[in-house]
Design a protein around this ligand. Structure first.
Ligand SMILES: [Zn+2]
Length: 390
């Protein structure tokens, strides 16, 4: 792709240019325009295409096909038209920062562990796959060394060495390369064959932040952000952390301890609540007369307590069948029905659910689920169905 008409290789910082339209054909993506020269970088090497304008016509995608760079435009630009092109520089510079940052990280990993970059995708984050596993400490070390390359502002050098010269250079490449090969060197970090656009010195990458890592095949998949994207990410974390810190009344560097304390306090409260619910349900049970079919409607009781209560009504109190309900805030009733009788409870669950817009089921001893009907309606249907088979 290193032709004379690819202005982005002569100067990766060029944003504007003048050109003449060589051809323009209708295409399902709009119009396919070929120019005599361009600064629009076509999608390639994992780097997305430039966007921008030719005169006042929007360029929505750029691809390379058969050694030609095709600009997909929203309107027709007839052959012979003189155009002034402007690329979306914020978009391009973001790719340059992130692409160069990826080189630095891949180069450091290659230097330290000998692993290869085996997959690269630039989306909302930069996703890179490496051929070997790295643990959390190793990743933090890679991240620190990569940022040291930025702090020392190592130059990024583009060269086109001959085949003989290339044999002497230990560059990273996914495949055997023929013809002109463009070598991108980040001094002290990386040497790699690459056709993308890069910043001219590591300092312009600004910041490299590795967000996550997970096992992928026999290696690791990492997500990272560089430059302005990394800065925006840190700002987002800070805003979140500040919000948490305010709510916990804890300094921002102590929020993890604050959350741990909150979690312990919550568990204590849950234990208390469970104990008090058990006492309350015990009292309630004491007041109920044992019967063949006992129904009780509660509110604000957790599912475990509800089940224990129904169980106690049958096993301790000696009721034949216990149907207990818990009214949720949205008006739906949770139910637990336990029986000591041979009434085919599992099958009856279908009738109940059908008549009371319910869901759930279980065994012949116990069923549970929800009803979406009024309390009176539920009482009536429970009586009808659970007492019928007596
Ligand atoms: Zn590159």
């Amino acid at each position: 792709m290193a032709n004379m008409n690819t202005l982005f290789y002569q100067d990766q910082y060029r944003r504007e240019f003048d050109a003449v339209v060589l051809s323009c054909a209708a295409d399902k993506k709009g119009w396919a325009v070929i120019l005599d020269q361009t600064v629009f970088y076509p999608e390639g090497g994992g780097q997305p295409a430039d966007h921008g304008f030719l005169n006042d016509v929007r360029v929505t995608d750029v691809k390379e096909k058969n050694d030609e760079i095709i600009h997909y435009t929203e309107k027709e630009l007839p052959a012979g038209t003189k155009v002034h092109g402007v690329i979306d520089w914020d978009r391009r510079f973001d790719f340059m920062q992130n692409h160069t940052g990826e080189h630095i990280v891949s180069g450091i990993i290659h230097q330290l562990y000998g692993y290869e970059n085996v997959g690269f995708h630039m989306g909302d984050t930069i996703q890179v796959d490496y051929s070997g596993w790295l643990d959390t400490d190793q990743i933090r070390e890679v991240e620190r060394k990569a940022n040291e390359i930025i702090w020392t502002n190592q130059p990024v050098i583009i060269t086109y060495p001959s085949k003989e010269e290339r044999e002497q250079i230990p560059y990273r490449s996914k495949k055997e390369l023929q013809g002109t090969v463009r070598i991108v060197t980040v001094q002290n970090a990386d040497i790699c064959a690459c056709c993308g656009t890069h910043v001219r010195s590591a300092g312009e990458v600004g910041l490299i932040k590795i967000l996550s890592s997970e096992k992928h095949k026999s290696g690791v998949r990492m997500e990272l952000l560089c430059g302005k994207r990394a800065f925006d990410y840190v700002c987002m974390l800070q805003d979140n952390s500040h919000e948490i810190s305010m709510r916990l009344c804890t300094p921002m560097d102590k929020t993890a301890e604050g959350v741990a304390r909150l979690d312990e306090a919550l568990q204590d409260k849950n234990r208390q609540l469970t104990e008090m619910t058990a006492l309350y349900l015990q009292e309630r049970m004491n007041k109920i007369a044992a019967g063949d079919l006992v129904m009780d409607v509660l509110a604000g009781v957790d599912r475990n307590s509800l089940r224990r209560y129904a169980d106690d009504l049958v096993k301790t109190k000696g009721c034949g069948t216990a149907a207990v309900l818990n009214r949720r805030e949205n008006g739906v009733f949770e139910y637990v029905i336990i029986t000591s009788k041979n009434i085919g409870l599992r099958k009856l669950a279908k009738d109940l659910n059908g008549k009371l817009q319910g869901r759930g089921g279980g065994s012949d001893e116990m069923i549970q689920g929800t009803f979406s009907a009024g309390e009176e309606e539920i009482r009536r249907v429970l009586c009808e169905i659970l007492a019928a088979d007596d």
